[in-house]
Design a protein around this ligand. Sequence first.
Ligand SMILES: [Zn+2]
Length: 223
Amino acid sequence: MEIPRRGLAIYTFGNVSVLDRGGTFFAIKPSGVPYDDLAPADMVIVDLDGNTVDGGLNPSSDTPTHAVLYREWGGPSVGAVVHTHSPWATAWAQARRPIPCYGTTQADHLPGEVPCAPLLDNAAIEGAYEKETGMALVRHLADASLDPAGVPMIIQAGHGPFAWGATPEKAIYHAVVLEELARMALHTETINSGIEKIPKVLIDKHYLRKHGPGAYYGQSNDS
Ligand SMILES: [Zn+2]
């Protein structure tokens, strides 16, 4: 319900899932139920093949995508996944461009650009489309030698944003941050179309002070 509250979705757009701590099942939003009507009992429990094991409603149509992400990445850093079509991040996805790191807001959250996975090919679209979507995201991060524990967000060309985190609150946070980064980056290019990304030393400074081995941002009891 925080997805529309944060302005990330209209109508029934968007979905969120949460992996069980045992890593065997996950809970996901039901398909096509208005956010205002959602109740805990409406959540659908599925296994990592996307089969419903508990719940009276159909799970989100994107369930096979979430299942792939948990099979490949599920664990302490990827315990929840959020997918929306939030407009600013989706605009970059539709432009088929990774979001360059133009400032320290972005470097505070990831060590460079927001990656952009390519369009699916025709066979993937005509095949197990939602599963192929998840596999494309996994493949793209792996090809870029990026770790989902350190890069908690991605956009997919022609589609939209995906974000994840240790908890659903963290995953939503990353989805909201991604939307803000997308908005800032577009404005940045509007003001100066020739702008370059900030230097790596500045990216590293901000990323590593929050996420590196000697992280010193926030309070010492922050996880
Ligand atoms: Zn979608």
